[in-house]
Design a protein around this ligand. Sequence first.
Ligand SMILES: [Zn+2]
Length: 449
Amino acid sequence: MIDILICDAHLYLDRDWEIAGGWIAIEKNRIHSAGGPGQPRPEGRRVINAQGRLVTPGLVNAHHHMFQNLTRAYAPIARSGLFQWLQQLYPLWSGLDEEATYVSSYISMVELLLGGCTTSTDHMYVHPRPGLMDAGFAAAYDVGLRFMSTRGCMTRAQENGGLPPAAVVQDEDTIMADCERVVAQFHDRAPGAMTRVALGPVSLFSASEQIMRDCLTMAERHDLRLHTHLAEDEEEDDYSLSVYGCTPTEHFERMGWATPRAWVAHCIYPSSSEAARLIRAGVSMVQCPSSNMMIGNGSADVMDLRERGMNVGLGTNGSATTDMASMWMEARNAMLLGRMRNGPASMVARDALDMATRGGAACLGWGDEIGHLRPGACADLVIWQDSPIAMAGALTDPVEAWLRCGPMMAGTTIVNGKVLVEDTHPLQPGLADALRRHAIQARRIQKLD
Ligand SMILES: [Zn+2]
């Protein structure tokens, strides 16, 4: 007898494998088996009737900054572009401490579970105090989300030609010592890991050449993923030309980062030939559609990049540009952006779902175990909400209906074989306390007290 049997669902198991009216079985923390209506199925200790509902792999969030929900929808920056937006928020984020990081991570993770995400990265790059990576991992353990945290950093303060104030930058030796510490403590290489670590300065306009090279060397030594923002904004082009005498992508290549272990956020402004070089080098990219639209500074042509051979994932980006963290919404916005750019034949729901699952998993170097539901995969899946009003009349294609109708929340979210959301309700016993503490920290960070 297996642990959980989900019956009578439309199963989207992988990019080329769907079963209508199928069943899927979970044993411990792995997918045990799946089959169609006529195929014999195992007995389940727990049976979930998912009649008429869509089951997909848990969505993979390949770019986020969880601490930023402490400054969500911050009114003074409502009309700001990226650089002004950052410069106004850095002084507030300098108030980050372990408590603020823990509660913002906790709330982010529960929010992500409700939007169907089961694995997320966090690009944690503001370290005014020690121990903030530890706080993020503590939240992941308490919530139950699968978590790859990127130990981000900034080394170039305003007085050295960078963007951030001195209070939120660190020197290279301090950063690398902390990278070694968190890798030793939290990077689990074992199959089925719940926590892993990646490395990555936040962006070339706040990172020295030395820290770029140090992170690359350490990533090669420990076989880690590398992550940064690349070519997000036109102002970044101007900055790179004046400081490095080349484009951001050329600088990225000169630093040795154009390798298959790197995935980059945004990638909006590379020229066509630069994009071709990144593709040849095996670099992955993550699009953050809501953030791109909120900042209003363009977005990458992801279907073109995919056709040319680039792996593309999707991300929510920080809660202070997107202001909501739903991977379902990012998949929907990716589809809408793609169709608006290249016409209705260019992109359908399955393209967006593939980016949100297989694409994100490959960004994190985790495609063997997550982002699909083949037998042996991690038991990370979503039974999407039964939404009779939103779905009324949608009879012909459950995957297309899932992304066109809505808004859609996860009905049941299972991570590592454990049910973490049920009937759209998060099951974390610490949630009410975390929300109360988050309210205190958000007021403190925004200097409202
Ligand atoms: Zn970002």
